[in-house]
Design a protein around this ligand. Structure first.
Ligand code: GDP
Ligand code: IMO
Ligand code: MG
Length: 428
């Protein structure tokens, strides 16, 4: 048995794609278990740049199979576009499969997401408008359309009719928007089913058998703990469980089979979309981090909000996920600061100091960060691959994080390329 889970510990975009790509070269399976094409996972391989949204980042290097498991929501159009973009670069994608149980993002989910966000104005969540939330809603309401339904036109038509009855009422009456036509959507979906039928398979049995027979299986999370539907900054979250626990329901693999739980965090924080962010820097320092770190969304192109590392939030994320191995990415971006700050506790609105993460999103907005200020470093660290060659202050920064969290940092990433890593412990 050899299983690895990679999850994000902040607000997404920690560099999960890069880490998954590195680990996937030695994996027999790479599995996405939640989220959809709201994700944007960037991988640099020499001169080539790939941004994966729905496909597992293992698609580039994994010699075995890449699985989009039952917990993922699949936009067939986005899937086919991503496949053809990769094939046009000369890559093969025959090893990519979709679970028959995965729910399908329908055109009406995208429209509902869009209309809702528009109508919410200043109270919007700032979603990616990919239809993620509405698709998960239908799944839980038990009216969703699954990948298997694309292969059964009679059932598919009936389900689209029932869904459109409800969605069209919302479009016309609540949002004053045009209704959508059953036939148009039905024909489109049947055509997608035809194109995808050789990839739509049962995945949970195969994955469990693979694990039992000693194959290496890597699970790739999208989004991150602070965007988790239960443990994030609700309601400013996504609609899935991007946790290690999410693997169990999202891929049908029991907790007893999950071993190495890898949490990825940036050396600072970023967030796209709305919602509280205690360590946010709305100043020159924040702008410097944004520019140096190229902090612009891989899916929507939006500038990412930036701030210092928040250890209170990170501790919460490690606890919920049971992280056994930490990865700190983008340490190179912090080169060139006189000093670097790390948030170790919060000052509450009634002047108490706390070091745990709260469930009250509105209160969180009022909290002030309490920082530890550490001396910075100026050296370019992007070519370093041994921990003891890092400037002493950069080493101390990593050690400070380890001590606070009580978890070892097994990999420090010092640049976007798959080769720019300080690996302190070999996992395989
Ligand atoms: P993901 O969603 O977690 O996969 O992360 P994204 O790909 O959305 O965002 C991370 C960005 O940082 C990407 O552009 C990566 O190429 C880049 N990146 C990853 N690790 C490093 C690193 O250590 N240093 C620098 N400078 N960039 C990195
Ligand atoms: P990766 O996998 C960063 C954010 C959106 C919004 C909220 C809800 O690249 O880390 P949704 O479209 O999911 O309903 O939007 O979640 N969000 C992400 N932010 N990285 C992501 O994915 C994200 N996926 C969703 O910006 O705030
Ligand atoms: Mg991303």
């Amino acid at each position: 048995m050899s299983t690895y889970v990679v999850v994000g510990l902040q607000w997404g975009d920690e560099g999960k794609g890069k880490i998954t790509d590195v680990l996937s070269a030695q994996s027999d399976y790479v599995v996405r278990f939640q989220g959809g094409n709201n994700a944007g996972h960037t991988v640099y391989a020499g001169a080539d740049k790939f941004v994966l949204h729905l496909l597992p980042s293992g698609v580039l290097q994994c010699k075995g199979k890449c699985i989009i498991a039952n917990g993922v929501v699949v936009d067939p159009n986005a899937f086919l576009q991503e496949i053809s973009a990769l094939e046009s670069k000369g890559l093969t994608t025959d090893h990519v499969f979709i679970s028959r149980r995965a729910h399908v993002i329908m055109p009406y989910h995208i429209m509902l997401d869009t209309y809702r966000e528009e109508a919410a104005g200043n109270d919007s969540i700032g979603t990616t408008k990919r239809g993620i939330g509405p698709c998960y809603e239908d799944k839980v309401s038990r009216i969703g359309i699954r990948a298997i339904d694309l292969l059964n036109p009679d059932i598919l038509k009936e389900k689209i009719e029932k869904n459109l009855e409800i969605k069209n009422a919302l479009f016309e009456k609540l949002y004053q928007k045009p209704s959508m036509q059953v036939d148009e959507i039905f024909e489109q979906m049947v055509a997608y089913g035809e194109k995808l039928k050789h990839r739509i398979v049962d995945t949970e049995l195969e994955l469990n058998q693979a694990i039992d027979s000693g194959k290496t299986v890597l699970f790739e999370g999208a989004q991150a703990l602070m965007l988790d539907i239960d443990f994030g900054t609700y309601p400013y979250v996504t609609s899935s469980s991007p946790t290690t626990g999410g693997v169990c329901i999202g891929a049908g693999v029991p907790p007893t089979k999950l071993q190495t739980l890898i949490g990825v965090a940036k050396a600072y924080c970023t967030r796209v979309g709305n919602g509280p962010f205690v360590t946010e820097l709305d100043d020159e320092t924040g702008e410097k981090i944004r520019q140096t770190g190229h902090e612009f969304g891989a899916t929507t192109g939006r500038p990412r909000r930036t701030g210092w590392l928040d250890l209170v939030a990170l501790k919460h994320a490690c606890m919920i996920n049971g992280i056994t191995h930490l990865v700190i990415t983008k340490l190179d971006v912090l080169s060139g600061f006189d000093s670097v700050k790390i948030c170790t506790s919060y000052r509450t609105e009634d002047d108490r100091e706390i070091d745990y993460f709260t469930s009250s999103t509105t209160k969180l907005d009022l909290y002030e960060p309490i920082y530890e200020e550490l001396p910075g470093w100026t050296e370019d660290i992007t070519n370093i691959n041994q921990f003891d060659e890092l400037p002493p202050n950069a080493q101390s920064y990593i050690r400070f994080i380890e001590k606070y969290l009580g978890i070892e940092v097994y990999l420090v990433s010092v640049g976007p390329d798959r080769s720019q890593n300080i690996i302190r412990k070999n996992l395989f």
